[in-house]
Write a protein that binds this ligand. Structure first.
Ligand code: MYA
Length: 194
């Protein structure tokens, strides 16, 4: 059962999302936006290492394999880890809009338990945009696109500027990311839709 709260229902003046012309092509793997990101970075030994791939429209798919380090109950994924996977996948959608945004609200339904060793297959899409507010939804299935739905989420992301990270995060790391010679990763972390 799911009942999305009113905060996640787009207002009457919301518009359909528009894929940016320079968004990664459908089928393209995104790669990590930051090596130390718990969701997608390779530098986190117990991270999700979630691999997101651009879909068509303003959609994304992603996969991650549940590891022993992700357990809550013996042999089963921790709910917070599953919420992180949904959050990361939903966050990756913003690169299709070429916008930087952070999660303001995330509502999650845990529908089925997810055993260690499962490949969780996630699909996410932006459903509406209203000013700085980006509305999106995601589903996680066990094993693949036709698998049983295990988790789903609705979210509200809020567009922010680079100053959000410079003012609140680790300045040295942010400077290093901005100077990253890997242009694709640099763009993913900091590209802002003018
Ligand atoms: C170095 C590498 C960098 C990497 C960069 C890529 C990062 C990717 C990371 C990916 C990792 C994965 C992703 C992650 O994990 S992102 C990490 C988790 N999220 C955060 O840390 C965000 C923390 N929150 C904030 O910083 C502020 O609260 C934000 C910026 C979100 C808003 O504060 P701000 O002062 O700017 O704006 P505002 O308060 O005027 O609100 C504006 C509008 O929004 C509405 N609203 C706000 N909140 C909520 C809510 N909870 N429910 C419903 N509505 C809400 C609000 O009513 C208003 O509406 P309206 O009055 O206009 O109608």
């Amino acid at each position: 059962m799911s009942a999305t709260s009113s905060a996640l229902r787009p207002p009457a003046d919301a518009v359909a999302p528009v894929r940016h012309p320079d968004a990664p092509a459908p089928g393209e793997l995104l790669g990590a936006h930051y090596d130390q990101c718990f969701g997608c970075g390779d530098g986190q030994p117990h991270g999700l290492r979630l691999a997101a791939r651009a879909g068509d429209g303003v959609r994304m798919t992603a996969e991650f394999t549940v590891q022993p380090a992700h357990q809550g109950a013996p042999g089963l994924a921790h709910g917070g880890v599953l919420a992180s996977a949904l959050d990361e996948t939903l966050g990756s959608l913003n690169s299709l809009l070429r916008t930087i945004a952070v999660t303001g609200r995330l509502e999650t339904d845990f529908v089925r338990p997810v055993p260690v060793g499962t490949v969780l297959y996630l699909e996410a899409e932006v459903t509406a945009v209203a000013g700085r507010k980006i509305y999106s939804s995601a589903t996680g299935r066990i094993g693949g696109p036709d698998g049983t739905v295990a988790v789903r989420a609705d979210a509200l992301f809020i567009k922010v500027g680079v100053d959000h990270f410079v003012g609140n995060g680790c300045q040295e790391e942010i400077r290093a990311t901005m100077n990253d010679p890997d242009q694709v990763r640099r763009a993913r972390a900091f590209e802002v839709n003018p």
